[in-house]
Design a protein around this ligand. Structure first.
Ligand SMILES: Nc1ncnc2c1ncn2[C@@H]1O[C@H](COP(=O)(O)OP(=O)(O)OP(=O)(O)O)[C@@H](O)[C@H]1O
Length: 251
């Protein structure tokens, strides 16, 4: 699996929001994109998801141009956006209905991904009965159940309290390690990007361009304690300075 963006441009009503963005994501990667508010992070993810047309450049998945949404790109938003009248299990199985799979395989996947996110006991609950963190787990399980080539996450933990957010970061890291998924995550939270990403891309603002791409040379097994280490703090400060430096044109 390779996702390649070349020279991607996006304009809204003639105003250039993204300008010449290039990046590559390979199988098993975990790439985080950070940038100031309005730098075009969500727009970029929307274009990769095929929900937003591109103004210029190319986006290709395994050599095929992206021209609309597809099951090989699983998407999770900040709000989770679960179907309120479907149970947890039905939500997880929703996307599978569109895939040519035998019923037994659908059931297997729903059970497997529910257990991966620790929610098998709540399979028959409705979304309103869940906490915010649990709802995001369901949204992630729903996206993973289609076994996408790449999981696209847009600020998936942005609406959660600090404690839940940290739990979810550890959880996502574990899921990434267990499933070998390829993840592309957009976040304004630099600490989160450095904790989870194998690479971090910093976008400039107005218009958004790739200002820097940094490898994260931390151990592959990430734990919260890492946040207090000098290596982590140095990298976080470096990325924060880059984000701030490249956002200055807007203030
Ligand atoms: N549908 C739209 N029509 C017009 N302008 C838009 C549209 N969507 C986004 N924009 C503009 O594009 C720019 C980038 O927005 P985008 O939401 O992608 O940024 P972001 O980096 O994700 O911001 P945040 O971190 O605040 O979510 C902003 O100036 C925004 O106003």
């Amino acid at each position: 699996m390779t996702l390649v963006l070349r020279d991607v441009v996006k304009e809204f009503g003639g105003k250039r929001v993204l300008d010449g963005v290039g990046l590559e994501v390979g199988r098993g990667d975990f790439l985080c994109i950070v940038g100031a508010s309005g730098s075009g992070k969500s727009t970029l993810l929307g274009m990769i998801a095929g929900l937003e047309p591109i103004t210029g450049g190319t986006i290709e998945l395994d050599g095929h141009p992206v021209s609309g949404p597809g099951p090989e790109r699983g998407l999770v938003f900040q709000s989770g956006a679960l179907f309120p009248f479907l149970t947890v299990a039905e939500n997880v199985g929703f996307g599978l209905r569109l895939l040519p799979l035998p019923a037994a395989e659908r059931r297997r996947r729903v059970d497997w991904y529910l257990s991966e996110v620790g929610l098998l006991p709540l399979a028959n609950a409705l979304p309103k009965e869940l906490s915010g963190g649990q709802r995001q787990r369901v949204a992630i399980a729903r996206a993973l159940a289609c076994e996408p080539s790449v999981l696209l996450l847009d600020e998936p933990f942005g609406a959660l309290d600090v404690q839940t957010k940290e739990d979810m970061q550890v959880f996502l890291h574990q899921v990434w390690q267990d499933t070998g998924a390829t993840v592309l995550m957009v976040t304004h939270d630099v600490e989160e990007a450095v904790l989870l990403g194998r690479r971090v891309i910093v976008l400039t603002s107005d218009p958004g361009r790739v200002a820097a791409e940094l490898p994260v040379p931390l151990a592959d097994h990430r734990q919260l304690g890492l946040k207090r280490t000098p290596e982590f703090l140095a990298l976080r400060n470096q990325v924060e300075d880059l984000v701030r430096g490249h956002a200055q044109s807007r203030v």
